[in-house]
Design a protein around this ligand. Structure first.
Ligand code: SF4
Ligand code: SF4
Length: 237
């Protein structure tokens, strides 16, 4: 019975006994660009994708390529980690204000490994319950305001992505979820992969991470609807 109440309180359904727990939706974070402490140095072999680089006395993180492998978590490296979930970046203003209370989202799996889709699926479960924000999954692109693309765009899915985008009414926004959707990620050099979603359709909001946690994806949707402070700033500029 105590486990039942623990699950209800924390939103975490399963965990090993006595394992340290994280509240639902709180990620272990991601590396942050860090000033290099005196005497510390960066092992060039540490990051498997070369996403860490010295820059002006600091260690800079390339979020477009970080695969969230956690090798650089302290104490293994001088890189500090931040535990917020505001990972998304908007390159376009939010949708008009009438979309703030209700948007319909079309999800397109362009070649996902299962990780990004799994995180996305969490958002529509009882813990996050996106419907209470007026965010709904659309069964057809013809009713969708937002296209969420996950995975690297495979050669076989290129036309599906093009046609899905073309079928959506204006105004519309495209959100690329995960580094694969940003630039192909670990699969960028595959013969079967075209690259990131921006190779095929215009991308308005990017969410780095491999995979990004549910709250980071929610942050992207906030940028699309204009319900976050950053979104309003992009809209004003
Ligand atoms: S988490 Fe992994 S991939 Fe990301 S910067 Fe650190 S070492 Fe590189
Ligand atoms: S970003 Fe990572 S989790 Fe998402 S599809 Fe690519 S490999 Fe999978």
């Amino acid at each position: 019975m105590p486990w039942f109440w623990e699950g209800l309180k924390s939103g975490v359904r399963t965990l090993r006994p006595r394992a340290p727990r994280l509240p639902a939706g709180v990620t272990p974070g991601r590396p942050a660009t860090t000033a290099v402490p005196a005497g510390a140095s960066l092992d060039p072999e540490l990051c498997p994708v070369g996403a860490l680089a010295p820059q002006d006395g600091a260690i800079a993180v390339d979020f477009d390529h970080c695969i969230h492998c956690m090798r650089c978590r302290p104490p293994a490296s001088p890189v500090q980690w931040q535990d917020d979930y505001r990972w998304a970046l908007a390159a376009a203003p939010p949708l008009p204000p009438r979309f703030q209370r209700s948007i319909h989202v079309r999800i397109l799996d362009a070649g996902d490994c299962g990780g990004c889709l799994s995180e996305l699926r969490q958002l529509f479960g009882p813990v996050y319950s996106l419907h209470r924000y007026g965010i709904y999954v659309s069964p057809t692109p013809r009713d969708a305001d937002v296209l969420l693309v996950v995975g690297p765009v495979t050669v076989g899915m290129r036309v599906a992505l093009e046609e899905t985008y073309a079928a959506m009414p204006d105004p519309k926004r495209v959100v690329a979820v995960g580094v694969c959707a940003l630039n192909g990620g670990l699969f960028a050099d595959s013969f079967a992969v075209v690259g990131g979603a921006s190779r095929v359709v215009p991308v308005d909001v990017t969410v780095p991470g491999c995979p990004p946690p549910p709250l980071a994806i929610l942050h992207a949707l906030e940028l699309v609807t204009g319900s976050s402070r950053e979104a309003r700033e992009v809209g004003d500029s």
